[in-house]
Design a protein around this ligand. Structure first.
Ligand code: 5GP
Length: 193
């Protein structure tokens, strides 16, 4: 998505070797007009996949997920993060190692919001090593739901997540694909089609 690439070039800041800070439109301040156009992109890509639910993780996945849900006219569920979890029969949960915070989080979703009737599109803000997507996928499996696709706002293709997902054959569509950070600049790869 050219508009997103331009925005990343203009406003993104590379931190260290492998982190991109995009607080001005995605991770702190949110640009709702851009979010809406991203929702439209995800919708156009996955509209024939029979999706009836969008799944994400709090908090930065929520904005693009809601805009996508709006286009599909389907509910959006976000997994909650807990530092420690009291065991509950009413929750599906899994463990996710956070790439940016370097800690493990429990994520969970109430059982009443995910079932075997659901055909799910995962939406997330970033794809790095694929831990968040894996955690959501475990929950989808536990619920007997079906994973129909994965939509990512910013993929860092040089980390492990993309390859891991490609191996599973699950359709994935990333709006911006970063192949490298070079001298503090972002290098984009080919767009997904
Ligand atoms: P993964 O689970 O794929 O290893 O990492 C994805 C999650 O980590 C995303 O949900 C996002 O919150 C966070 N993340 C990973 N890389 C970055 C990054 O470069 N910048 C920001 N802002 N968040 C990131």
């Amino acid at each position: 998505m050219k508009e997103l690439e331009e925005r990343i070039r203009k406003d993104g800041r590379v931190l260290g070797k492998d982190v991109l800070k995009v607080d001005s439109f995605l991770n702190h301040q949110i640009d709702p007009m851009l979010m809406e156009r991203m929702g439209e992109e995800f919708y156009n890509h996955f509209k024939d996949a029979g999706i009836n639910k969008i799944l994400t993780v709090e908090s930065s996945g929520i904005a693009p997920a809601v805009m996508t849900g709006l286009k599909f006219q389907v509910p959006v569920v976000f997994a909650r993060k807990h530092k420690s979890v009291t065991l509950s029969d009413d929750l599906y949960s899994s463990e996710v190692y956070s790439f940016t915070k370097k800690t493990s989080n429990h994520i969970s979703i109430a059982k009443k919001y995910l079932s075997s009737d659901d055909k799910v599109l995962i939406i997330d803000d970033f794809l790095a090593n694929g831990q968040a997507v894996n955690g959501l996928n475990t929950i989808i499996d536990d619920a007997g739901a079906q994973l129909a696709g994965i939509g990512i706002v910013i993929e860092k293709s040089f980390q492990k997540g993309r390859q891991m997902i490609d191996k599973t054959g699950t359709p994935i569509y990333s709006l911006a694909r970063i192949t490298a950070f070079e001298n503090g600049q972002v290098v984009f790869g080919e767009e997904d089609d």
